[in-house]
Write a protein that binds this ligand. Sequence first.
Ligand SMILES: C[S@@+](CC[C@H](N)C(=O)[O-])C[C@H]1O[C@@H](n2cnc3c(N)ncnc32)[C@H](O)[C@@H]1O
Length: 283
Amino acid sequence: MKKRPATNIQFTPYEISLCLYDTDRTKQWKQAIEDVVRDGDIVVDAGAGTGILGVFAALDHAKRVYSVELQPRFCKLIENLALKNGVSEKIVVINQDATMVELPEKVDIVICELLCTGQFFEPQVQIINHLRKYFKPGTKLIPRKIESFIQLLDAHEILYGVRIDTDSRSLLMPDDEPVSSKVQYDEIDLTKQAKTYVDSSVTIKARKTRVADAVVITSQATLSDDIITERTKFLYNPEVIYLKNPINLIKDKLYDIHISYPYGCDTLDAIIEVTESKMHPRV
Ligand SMILES: C[S@@+](CC[C@H](N)C(=O)[O-])C[C@H]1O[C@@H](n2cnc3c(N)ncnc32)[C@H](O)[C@@H]1O
């Protein structure tokens, strides 16, 4: 498969604050960090943003936290958050690209919240693969597994009297209608050297005789033994991607979906093809 680089779309201050104030998301991460971090652990928080997750680890008795963040503006926020919470001595802010960063020591815990639905847009997998050289036996990851799912959609594409299906969108509209079963098309085990792309074929069943002009992608991530995070206000919104070649479905027939893209790429670069399946539905 042709390799394309991760996008260079940058997080804005608006988005970073939506992350912080998405209390369902942030409380789940706090709980997972408390479940996993042990006293005296060395932690890296890669893609640290406001620094909140590293501060949770420091308050939970980590010995040292390397908060790695690409954007200088956010690095200042991390320093201030650490200062205001009395953990400045534990937090080392590194303003670098986490896919290339050099750390001065090995780590017990990797925290990396660059979770975008389908692993589009952000280099989560590439960062964790790079940080593997700092793992010790028993290094733990938050998250440790990511699963993604796909379903065909009859998507609403006329709005304000204008046809608007030129971009993907991170939300479902009221008139969107799922027209097939939903299946898992990807699973990333981050505890092992992970692949950096999706190249997957799955079979789904049509629920209706209708056009399918889009797919909807959803994801979930395993943060700890007890916490699997799905959609919250800001995290893991469903990603609707329009098909270049819409298909007319017939109820109860099977269809194959082939989907391929490198992790971190733009949704518009995903190749998604839907064809009638040669398999027969079970009676
Ligand atoms: C989804 S935000 C999450 C922020 C924070 N971890 C949290 O949970 O609140 C992702 C952050 O990763 C940063 N980021 C993206 N790519 C990066 C890279 N290659 N190296 C370091 N930071 C990166 C972004 O600037 C952004 O602040």
